[in-house]
Ligand binder design. Structure first.
Ligand SMILES: [Cu+2]
Length: 444
């Protein structure tokens, strides 16, 4: 199956004429005059409680409140008001709204101080699953900061019978019920995983229906694998962008922290049955929840046939690898925190020179060097990257903004630098104690 060709936008066409690039540079690509609807939402960061261990009282946590989210479609605008009712400064990071320098944390957006409110207009040019993340300044605080997800529907949504966003978060819970922030030693605190805030997730399903899952790994450091007993998971999109559909190998989806995967599940089970949803965190398999089949007759005589690929917009069709700028970037984790090139978000200043600088229109091949033994998660802001194959000029059939670099390996990625601006890069180890580190690059 092939991905439908990207619709060339006016911007892409103009990008072919270098001289015109400057005229467009000032205009964020995520804002468009023809946006359909402008929705408004007030979001608050505030103290809350969560039931994380059955035998313990509710844990005091920090979470988003507000909503519910309005129904958002591709090209809608969202006027967002964020109020910080926490005792610490916060910064929101939006994954899936590429090419919008105005929302870039640290480099453009300043931390929102306790008691402050900020407003932001987001325009969502690509349908998909978005992660909004308040954790950038969250290492070592009194409590962990939250991250959550939202769905932006396609203008012509695919045929599904239900659409379920599943945000998976991990916690370290002490015996008195208090929770530990990432970046510090959790001691003997218990590891707990939640899906949409609950320790057990029941998903009602009708036989022969098609369910669209939007899985988000909002764990602080941990990569996870997901599996549903006796069900095929059809991989449809990753990091908010469509991929050529394929069945997950061994029925298992692997998500780095920050990764979003849209997967279709056809309900092939019988009415009245249950199928467990499993999460594997590389230590153990845990039951995250279950599909609960309705006792009613199947919704249709047979499950639907293989789905068509979702429509992609605004990704480059080709990458000129032969003429690419080739850059080596060390992503080794130093447990001491700041290194010469990577610094902790709270210590980061824009006076730090960029890790690299390229002209708009350049194809960049980044060699991510991990000489340490443990894997690291790398996250690129501003652009989507192709994961290049080792031996030839091919690449994996999807675009990413987040990936794992295994220990002792070099992973090569490529992207077209089409958005002018300063862009952040993030890197962290997969242990709870690993510091979150940042760096940046510039496209001029
Ligand atoms: Cu980010």
């Amino acid at each position: 199956m092939r991905t439908p060709p990207a619709q060339p936008s006016r911007r892409d066409v103009l990008a072919g004429f270098g001289g015109l690039a400057g005229a467009l540079a000032a205009r964020p690509s995520c804002s468009r005059a023809d946006a359909r609807t402008t929705a408004a939402l007030g979001l608050r960061l505030a103290a809350a409680e969560a039931l994380l261990r059955g035998t313990l009282p509710a844990s005091p946590v920090w979470d988003f409140s507000g909503g519910p989210w309005p129904l958002l479609r591709q090209d809608d605008s969202l006027d967002l008001t964020l109020t910080n009712d926490l005792p610490v400064p916060v910064l929101l990071d939006w994954r899936s709204c590429d090419g919008t320098p105005a929302i870039e944390p640290l480099l453009v957006q300043r931390p929102l101080q306790p008691g402050q409110t900020s407003t932001l207009r987001l325009t969502l040019t690509q349908a998909g699953t978005v992660l909004y993340d308040a954790r950038l300044l969250g290492d070592g605080l009194l409590r962990p900061l939250p991250a959550s997800g939202l769905a932006v529907l396609e203008r012509k949504p695919p045929m599904v019978d239900a659409d379920r966003l599943v945000t998976i978060t991990d916690w370290r819970v002490r015996s008195d019920g208090s929770v530990v922030a990432p970046g510090v030693d959790p001691g003997d605190a218990l590891a707990v995983f939640t899906a949409n805030g609950a320790t057990a997730l029941d998903i009602a399903i009708r036989a022969h229906s098609r369910l669209r899952f939007r899985f988000i790994n909002a764990c602080h450091r941990s990569p996870i694998a997901l599996k549903i007993d006796d069900h095929d998971l059809r991989f449809m999109a990753i990091d908010g962008l469509p991929a050529s559909p394929f069945s997950a190998r061994d029925g298992q989806l692997v998500l780095a922290p920050g990764t979003r995967i849209d997967a279709f599940v056809d309900a092939t089970g019988r009415p009245g049955t249950r199928s467990a949803i499993w999460l594997h965190d590389r230590v153990s398999a845990r039951r995250l929840g279950q599909l609960v089949y309705d006792v009613a007759e199947p919704l249709r005589p047979a499950p639907l046939g293989p789905p068509d690929a979702l429509m992609v917009s605004a990704v480059p069709e080709r990458l000129a690898l032969s003429s690419a700028r080739r850059i080596e970037l060390a992503v080794d984790v130093r447990t001491e925190g700041a290194t010469a090139t990577w610094s902790s978000p709270s210590a980061f200043t824009t006076a730090t020179p960029p890790a690299f600088q390229v002209k708009r229109g350049a194809t960049v091949v980044l060699a991510l060097l991990n000489r340490a033994a443990a894997p690291v998660t790398f996250h690129l802001h501003g652009h989507r990257m192709r994961w290049l194959d080792r031996l030839d000029d091919g690449w994996k059939p999807f675009w990413l903004d987040t990936l794992l670099v295994p220990g002792g390996q070099t992973v090569r990625v490529a992207f077209l630098a089409e958005h002018v601006g300063p862009w952040l890069m993030e890197m962290m180890g997969t242990e709870w104690t690993a510091p979150r580190l940042v760096n940046w690059y510039a496209v001029s």
